[in-house]
Design a protein around this ligand. Structure first.
Ligand code: B12
Ligand code: SF4
Length: 383
């Protein structure tokens, strides 16, 4: 380090990162060998489904030096996104005629926003040590094993739901990294696995996607089915998805550590277009133009209008029958793709069953969230 002691730089960086909305920062080396076998076992069991990009990069994900030659340190950061201004997620989940959008997607696309802020962090380093170092910045954008890196950098432990959790900050945060050849001092890894005997996420996952502690079969995960999965959603899983139309948060909602989660007042995460409280019908009525306009800059836009309609059709099929819902499904059907039409037909069949058998209508909705641990947001923490 040319002009500064590494510890001082790291401390200053931490403080500056906070002003940019990052709650914490840790530094680790590039040795991820302890995680390599688990990663390839996961791929070997085809848990990645159709996310071909997960299998495409050989050893680059587990060996950061193959991705960015010369890297000796990885700066790992976390940025909280749970907005205290959003409507109660559990109430929304438990209302079958309403739509549930995962908390991270209620507003801006975090990829762009975080990249911009990472660039400011790099500029901050350059001001202090000059431009003679190499770096690459990442957030969910490349073959990077973000959770193991965060655990090694001391930002939290990998929980049974496979997410990084910090006992004083929960799991409602994004992860991001700066790979660099600057030899910053490393932080101790987070070694304690803090779940103890708790298995709430495994028990409460609506589709049984957490097949072993820390291991998610993406093919069953509602997040994958609504966001990543390109085609028809397997019929057996549709009834279990309830009203979740984009992503899923159940394994975070039921995690006791999330009582202590950090919240964010950053307006980038404040809900817009009523995405935290909309009804399914209201969103179903959006035209493709509305979809593109209303979701400008939102991560949801990436799934495109076809998957959006597919997801809404499934959720409408899981909700209560009403003349309006049936008419709306029928009205849009002719202008949709064959794939969406199959989901509309499935939904209409289910709704009709419910209409004709009123007894079934009383208990149509799948599993409700039984015991959630919502962030208090006013919790005082010491650093
Ligand atoms: C692919 C992917 C998905 C897939 C697969 C999920 C999965 N669990 O792997 C799908 C689409 C399902 C998904 C869903 C979600 N995702 Co995602 N996803 C990713 C992505 C791109 C890669 C993850 C990966 O490498 N998976 C492969 C597995 C094998 O790797 P891993 O889970 O990291 O595995 C390590 C550990 O689990 C451990 N391990 C293995 N076995 C065992 C056993 C035990 C006992 C233990 C403790 C550990 C352990 O070793 C593994 C490494 O070898 C990352 C970004 C990135 N580049 O890392 C975001 C990321 C993991 N996702 C994220 C988020 C927010 C979500 C959702 C909450 C979004 C939502 N609301 O819908 C859900 C949560 C679902 C869940 N419980 O995982 C965040 C997580 C932040 C955090 N606090 O941890 C990330 C880091 C994106 C980001 N930059 O912020 N996601
Ligand atoms: S995000 Fe939902 S479906 Fe996926 S593992 Fe968590 S609880 Fe299960």
């Amino acid at each position: 380090m040319r002009f500064m002691h590494g510890h001082d730089l790291k401390q200053q960086l931490k403080e500056f990162a906070r002003t940019l909305g990052f709650a914490d920062l840790g530094v680790t080396d590039t040795d991820l060998s302890a995680y390599e076998a688990d990663y390839f076992n996961w791929l070997g069991r085809h848990f990645h489904g159709e996310m071909d990009y997960m299998a495409r990069h050989g050893l680059k994900r587990t060996r950061p030096n193959l991705l960015v030659p010369g890297t000796v340190r990885i700066i790992s950061l976390r940025m909280p996104y749970y907005s205290p201004d959003a409507a109660d997620p559990v109430a929304q989940l438990n209302r079958p005629e309403h739509a549930y959008v995962s908390r991270y997607a209620l507003n801006r696309d975090y990829h762009k926003l975080i990249r911009k802020r990472l660039k400011r962090l790099v500029a901050f380093i350059e001001e202090r040590v000059g431009t003679g170092f190499n770096y690459r910045i990442f957030t969910d954008s490349a073959p990077v094993l973000e959770r193991p890196i965060a655990e090694k950098a001391g930002l939290g432990f990998i929980g049974k739901n496979s997410l990084v959790i910090h006992p004083r900050a929960g799991s409602w945060f994004f992860l991001a990294e700066i790979f660099t050849d600057l030899e910053l001092p490393v932080d101790p890894p987070f070694e304690k696995q803090g779940c103890g005997p708790c298995t709430a996420c495994i028990a409460e996952c609506p589709t049984g996607a957490i097949v072993a502690p820390g291991v998610v079969d993406a093919r069953r995960c509602i997040s994958y089915l609504t966001i990543e999965h390109p085609g028809e959603i397997p019929e057996a899983l549709r009834p279990l998805m309830g009203n979740r139309i984009y992503g899923c948060d159940d394994c975070q909602l039921v995690c006791p550590w999330n009582r202590f989660a950090e919240c964010s007042k950053d307006e980038s995460w404040q809900p817009r277009h009523r995405l935290d409280r909309a009804t399914l019908l209201e969103l179903w009525m959006w035209t493709e133009e509305d979809f593109l306009k209303n979701l400008e800059g939102s991560p949801i836009r990436r799934i495109g209008y076809e998957r959006w309609l597919r997801n809404l059709a499934v959720a409408l099929g899981n909700g209560p029958w009403s003349e309006d819902v049936e008419a709306a499904l029928r009205q849009k059907r002719p202008e949709t793709s064959e794939m969406v039409q199959k989901h509309i037909d499935w939904a209409l069949d289910r709704l009709r069953e419910r209409r004709d058998l009123p007894k079934m209508g009383e208990t149509p909705f799948p599993r409700q969230v039984r015991k959630a641990h919502l962030p208090r947001c006013d919790w005082e923490r010491e650093d």
